[in-house]
Write a protein that binds this ligand. Structure first.
Ligand code: ATP
Ligand code: MG
Length: 575
């Protein structure tokens, strides 16, 4: 392809909203084009990179016996009512009506659709196991679309679903998928880490997220350098220290004027924050969106609440809970903003972090303006309606497996694998007949990869101040030939020769034949990130060219033959 003919528009100025390198670079190179917030189109070079990622995914899915299909993005609400997710999915679900007022959504994921296909098509145990997948456009009306392709409202996802006769079969499918994911992300040139992930209402340690490590990532992971523990912080368990054995002392009300925060009260009383109880107040909503109940959650003063753990403990949906209006909650429950404690609250659900049950003589709010109570003890002075692990495992906290201090890292969730079990087959009655002609539920797994998010993650991990540095496997083109002086006959002839030889060997080549200064061409080649640059310039008459890899600083002069040979060899090894 000649660059002079390619439809490409690089940008000098990038919109201020682009904050992270991948977003900035994909816009600057003109590879993506924004339509509205969270909705992007792909221009020729960007689309070639997307297709390379898709091809890697296809190959690895096909290798484990996956069969590609393609389902509609438009999904009727009835299927979502059947699974119970029409409400549960919340405002992220992009709902639309047709001209007759019938409800549909633009699919954010396809469990319902695939389960529907399978319940119609599969009747016998002989048809299982089965892996189906698609690479398809998904829609999620994200509250905060940002970072370009990272969190968009329209994006490309590979979603695969496994259908097995039993849970042993599911375990095997899951392991195969997990291994395929490791191959896919390795081939995409990513540094990544599979970590245990939250499974919400389904429970169990039945999900992993594949996280591309990056400081700008929105996922936080906790891991241990001594053992194999690695989990999202949402999921990471906190193992409490053994219960304290101190004698319980008598409750004592203390005047603590104006000390509304944990820090203020601890300083005022001269105690450590870890000797206090922190209260967090919420209101929950039912499936019709009506207020359901007040919730008071209590954790040790120096801990942070893990919202996902609280939601799981309450068994509710993520969008069914908000911070409470303190004044309204005070009227109903007796709490007092800034001075709320667990003793004497009424008409609300009390959720207590498990750690508090083993600590003795803590300081808590007295539910009375300007007062706290000292020597508060679980069981003797208050009880929880629910006791559960509610806290965030922070850097330096003990590893739940071996006790070593854990580390934290940030990353981009590029994929997730999930054992669904019979959640959908039960709700939607997807069964098969076993050897004895008895109906059995099909056991399912689902497996997603964010294709366009993966593209952004690759750029995030592979760039420098001059531009993108594509790994060969996903580069839009393998080699760029920079023709220094397009009018020069000898240079033109040599560039054409190199171009034709590379193309014949299956190398994807760009020829920069534009009428631009060499400096501009070199800058653009660096910006676009093509892995190999061959410069045809002054020494063309001697058959000598300059050979440079984008990822290295040094350049080398070589004969044109050697440059072609080396480029072909490199591309064949790395593509
Ligand atoms: P997140 O927690 O980031 O919102 P998720 O866990 O809801 O993602 P899944 O339902 O597991 O996402 O979707 C499968 C994959 O699709 C994710 O691993 C991610 O790579 C990608 N993905 C999800 N939401 C988006 C989005 N808004 N924009 C781009 N890619 C996304
Ligand atoms: Mg996920």
């Amino acid at each position: 392809m000649k660059l002079s003919k390619m439809h490409i528009k690089t940008l000098r100025e990038v919109p201020a909203e682009a904050e992270i390198p991948s977003h900035i670079l994909l816009l600057r190179t003109g590879m993506i084009r924004k339509l509205v917030s969270g909705v992007y189109g792909f221009m020729p070079l960007g689309w070639r990179a997307v297709r390379k990622i898709e091809d890697i995914i296809r190959q690895e899915m096909d290798n484990i016996g996956g069969q590609e299909i393609h389902m509609s993005a438009i999904q009727p609400s009835e299927l979502w009512e059947e699974s119970g997710r029409w409400f549960a999915y919340g405002p992220e679900l992009w709902r639309v009506k047709d001209r007759n007022g019938r409800d549909f959504c633009l699919g954010p994921t396809h469990e319902e659709i695939f389960t529907d296909i399978i319940r119609n098509d599969v009747s016998s145990h002989r048809q299982l196991p089965l892996y189906l997948y698609q690479i398809q456009t998904k829609y999620r009306d994200e509250a905060r679309p940002r970072f370009g392709l990272m969190r968009s409202r329209e994006f490309i996802m590979k979603d695969a679903y496994s259908f097995d006769r039993d849970f042993d079969g599911l375990d095997k499918s899951y392991d195969e998928m997990y291994e395929a994911y490791e191959k896919i992300f390795t081939r995409c040139g990513l540094t990544f880490r599979p970590v245990e992930a939250d499974t919400g209402a389904i429970g169990g340690s039945n999900s992993h997220e594949f996280t591309a490590l990056s400081e700008v990532g929105e996922s936080e992971i906790a891991y241990c350098e001594k053992c194999s523990m690695a989990a999202t912080t949402e999921r990471a368990e906190f193992v409490d220290a053994p219960a304290e054995t101190d004698e319980m002392m008598a409750l004592e009300e203390v005047d603590t004027p104006g000390t509304k925060t944990i820090e203020e009260v601890a300083n005022f009383l001269g105690i450590d924050q870890s000797r206090t109880i922190k209260a967090l107040l919420f209101i929950t909503y039912d499936d019709e969106g009506k207020e359901k109940e007040y919730v008071a959650a209590f954790i040790r003063g120096d801990r942070e609440l893990n919202m996902i753990k609280l939601i799981n403990a309450l068994g509710i949906h993520e969008h069914s809970i908000e911070f409470a209006d303190e004044a309204k909650m005070a009227e109903a429950t007796g709490c007092v903003g800034g001075f709320t404690g667990p003793i004497g609250l009424h008409d609300c659900k009390i959720v207590v972090d498990s750690e508090l049950t083993g600590l003795k003589n803590l300081c808590a709010g007295a539910n009375k303006e300007d007062y706290h109570v000292k020597n508060v003890n679980y069981d003797r002075d208050y009880k929880g309606d629910i006791v559960a692990d509610l806290k965030l495992l922070k850097e330096g906290d003990p590893c739940p497996i071996c006790g070593e201090p854990v580390k934290h890292a940030r990353g981009i969730e590029v994929g997730q694998v999930f054992k669904l079990g019979t959640k959908y087959s039960e709700a939607m009655k997807a069964t098969y007949k076993d050897e004895n002609q008895k109906d059995q539920l099909i056991v399912m797994g689902c497996y997603g990869i964010g294709v366009t998010r993966t593209l952004a993650a690759i750029v995030e991990q592979n760039h420098d101040e001059n531009g993108i540095i594509w790994p060969m496997s996903v580069a839009p083109y393998h080699v760029i030939i920079t023709l220094v002086k397009p009018g020069d006959e000898q240079q033109q002839a040599l560039a054409d020769k190199i171009y034709n030889e590379l193309a014949k060997a299956g190398v994807e080549v760009l020829l920069d034949d534009r009428d631009e200064r060499p400096g501009v061409k070199f800058k653009d080649a660096d910006l676009l990130g093509i892995p190999v640059r061959i410069t045809v310039g002054k020494r063309a008459s001697e058959g000598i060219v300059e050979y440079k890899l984008r990822r290295e600083i040094e350049k080398e002069e070589k004969t044109a033959e050697d440059a072609v040979k080396d480029a072909i060899a490199l591309v064949n090894v790395e593509k």
